[in-house]
Design a protein around this ligand. Structure first.
Ligand code: VGL
Ligand code: ZN
Length: 198
């Protein structure tokens, strides 16, 4: 239970970033990620580990206006999803986010897509202010918001780890998830898993 991710000793300067674990991305949701619900118990384990180490926990959420440019009816490629304040945009009820988790809303401007938690948000400044050096990123979906959040973390000079057991891919095309993981690894983000997942 209290195992750190795979041979890594967590220390001050580490932070957990949970990406878009929202109803619309779960099975039955508007933009369901296959087996997306499987990340919840695993992320709850990561949450409890980071909490035990007194390390910051950040949760990003897709938080779109009703006319967002990513929606098919407005010229985008996705079904309408994660409208700010809607049930679909709420965090999965089983996700045990601590009260002091830091929330990052993204994709809030109708004109621009924002897959990454760093895009048009204060996430980078926030992390630097907290003296964070390493980020551990997992959630939904591997091939979009997790991938882009990891890439931006590296761009901002954070060390980034991909929580492989706590992420699932949309897989619009077969292999998208695997390719995304390969891309993250090639850019320098190591994949990690819990030592003893439930
Ligand atoms: C996402 C597609 C559209 C994600 C968000 O969270 O990965 N994917 N909006
Ligand atoms: Zn979106």
């Amino acid at each position: 239970m209290n195992a750190a991710p795979q041979n890594l000793r967590l220390h001050p300067g580490d932070a957990l970033i949970i990406v878009d674990v929202q109803n619309d991305f779960l099975p039955g949701g508007a933009l369901a990620v296959p087996r997306g619900d499987e990340v919840i118990p695993v992320l709850n384990e990561y949450i409890s580990i980071f909490k035990d180490h007194n390390l910051p926990i950040i949760a990003t959420r897709d938080w779109h206006p009703p006319n967002h440019c990513s929606f098919t009816e407005h010229g985008g490629i996705w079904p309408t999803h994660c409208i700010a304040e809607s049930h679909g945009a709420a965090f999965a009820s089983g996700l045990e986010l601590p009260r002091d988790a830091l929330l990052i809303s993204k994709g809030t401007a109708f004109r621009s897509e924002a897959y990454s938690g760093f895009e048009q948000t204060h996430l980078a400044d926030m992390l630097k202010e907290m003296k964070v050096c390493r980020v551990f990123v997992g959630g939904l979906a591997t091939d979009y918001c997790v991938l882009n959040t990891v890439k931006d973390a590296l761009q901002h000079s954070f060390e980034a780890y991909f929580l492989a057991d706590a992420s699932r891919a949309v897989d619009v095309n077969t292999g998208d998830g695997e390719n995304a993981e390969r891309e993250m690894n090639a850019l320098g983000a190591q994949s990690v898993e819990l030592i003893d997942p439930k």
